[in-house]
Design a protein around this ligand. Structure first.
Ligand code: IMP
Ligand code: MG
Length: 189
């Protein structure tokens, strides 16, 4: 894992440009520990076959980069871009595929990596699209799961943490494109 061993003090973090953190939900050390465990779980779950790790941009970019370095088997990486939230904090429900992976999906184990499962709408839509590409298997790895989604057609096989039902930022998660670079995950006041 990159970064310092000592968690930064979120009460006095110049990255926040004056916004106050309500609380740090998961600090750097907790995240690094859990990502290492997830890497082990995923390595063990795919004893054979081609594995394609598909990161859902932009939110998964930091998680994905840490996660793949903890997976000790061959794999390929590609990305998906879907848009749904705009600048708001509430899901609009419309999911558009803005970038489609160029890597072939057919016959491969596909692991879709998502930052957070909130309403689950994004995943329901994306999983339907990916299923049509005839992968050997199709599963989800989510860093955070709010456990509030109703009608999730395909739940995550791998989950980093159950998340509080608050709007979280950091470690890839944004609010209006800000705060993705925080090394911890926090809710804002
Ligand atoms: P869903 O479709 O409602 O499950 O929303 C999933 C997407 O919304 C995630 O990939 C995030 O980009 C975004 N999102 C949901 N909850 C949060 C949050 O608490 N903080 C930041 N982004 C969020
Ligand atoms: Mg977002």
């Amino acid at each position: 894992m990159t970064g310092t061993a000592t968690p930064v003090d979120a009460r006095n973090d110049p990255r926040l440009s004056g916004r106050a953190v309500k609380r740090v939900a998961f600090d750097e050390i907790a995240i690094a520990k859990r990502v290492t465990e997830l890497g082990r779980e995923i390595s063990a779950a795919y004893p054979s076959g081609d594995l394609l790790v598909l990161g859902l941009l932009k939110g998964s970019f930091i998680f994905l980069s840490d996660l793949v370095r903890q997976i000790t088997r061959p794999l390929q990486v590609d990305f998906l871009v879907a848009s749904s939230y705009g600048d708001g904090t509430v899901s609009s429900g419309t999911v558009n595929l803005v970038y489609d992976p160029e890597t072939q999906l057919e016959g491969k184990h596909i692991l879709l990596v998502e930052d957070i499962i909130d309403s689950g709408r994004t995943l329901n839509r994306l999983m339907a699209i990916l299923k049509d590409r005839a992968p050997r298997s199709l599963d989800i790895c989510a860093l955070l799961h709010k456990r509030i989604a109703e009608g999730l057609k395909h739940d995550a096989r791998f989950v980093g943490f159950d998340a509080p039902n608050e709007f979280l930022v950091g470690y890839g998660l944004d609010h209006a494109e800000n705060f993705r670079h925080l090394p911890y995950i926090a809710s804002l006041k």
